[in-house]
Write a protein that binds this ligand. Sequence first.
Ligand SMILES: NC(=O)c1ccc[n+]([C@@H]2O[C@H](COP(=O)([O-])OP(=O)(O)OC[C@H]3O[C@@H](n4cnc5c(N)ncnc54)[C@H](OP(=O)(O)O)[C@@H]3O)[C@@H](O)[C@H]2O)c1
Length: 298
Amino acid sequence: MNILLLGKNGQLGWELQRALAPLGEVVALDQDRADFAQPETLVPLLDQLQPGLIVNAAAHTAVDKAESEPELSQRINADAVAELARWAAQHRVWLIHYSTDYVFDGSAAGWYSEEDASNPLSVYGRTKLAGEQALAASGCHHLTLRTSWVYASRGKNFARTMLQLAASRESLSVVADQWGAPTSAELLADVTALCLYRLRQEGEGAGHLSGLYHLVAAGETNWCDYARFVLQQAQQRGTQLKVGPEQVKAISTAEYPTPAQRPLNSRLATDKLRQAFGLTLPDWRYHAARQIDELLGS
Ligand SMILES: NC(=O)c1ccc[n+]([C@@H]2O[C@H](COP(=O)([O-])OP(=O)(O)OC[C@H]3O[C@@H](n4cnc5c(N)ncnc54)[C@H](OP(=O)(O)O)[C@@H]3O)[C@@H](O)[C@H]2O)c1
């Protein structure tokens, strides 16, 4: 199958390049070839490439920056997705897309299901929700996979930042009242490939699987405990730190103001995906510990 992967150099796009390879020929593009800031250019590109499947890992993910560039965010996260979806519907091609826990306001007490009402607090959340809605309205067969707190070993990431700060600073304060599950791009890419394999096995009858799913690692934590976990893992591997896990100070979101407001509760229930695709999602610590091995080269 001819698979078109968009956003190939992002955290998830990079892992998808690897994970999709056994499923067919992957044409992977970056924003130089497929610019989501110019949504009107996407349909001519799709006409030219004629993909048999589209996987979209491109997004405007700079959550704080989006507050000051809402139009760009809207074009990339919503209008461009609408164009992809329109083409996919016309050509009866599956479109795989990713969304975010930031579509919720975080005021619920437990885990959010796919049916729970969305109410984004930020430009990023609003434009990602608009992208989801355009996709659903297009009528194309799709998987919209909502995830949270995505990290990868490549590039900038939370674990690397915590390790650097704990090695160089005298103190470290991290927000402890935002709850969710750190989810590795590796897990997201692997699960995507398994879902696609299932769609392929079901062939023409796979339409019943089309829809919105939550896809995050199992378990829950907050950013402060996640930071402590990272430092603990590093110490166990012999890394010397100025700030140890027990010295990380827990602070509230109110003490760490950012341009974009984040939900305090980002817990996403994954029952729908696990049941529909027969998958087990590992606890968040599994991939988080592997990442420390990769970062420390152990
Ligand atoms: N990161 C998170 O914590 C998080 C949480 C929940 C959901 N998600 C969702 O998960 C998906 C993958 O996120 P990620 O963490 O892999 O994001 P990422 O690392 O920021 O990657 C985003 C990708 O989008 C590309 N992009 C940006 N502007 C573009 C444009 N104008 N045209 C085409 N491509 C453009 C980037 O290209 P360049 O590399 O060239 O900039 C990059 O390849 C997204 O849908 C995101 O909304 C992410």
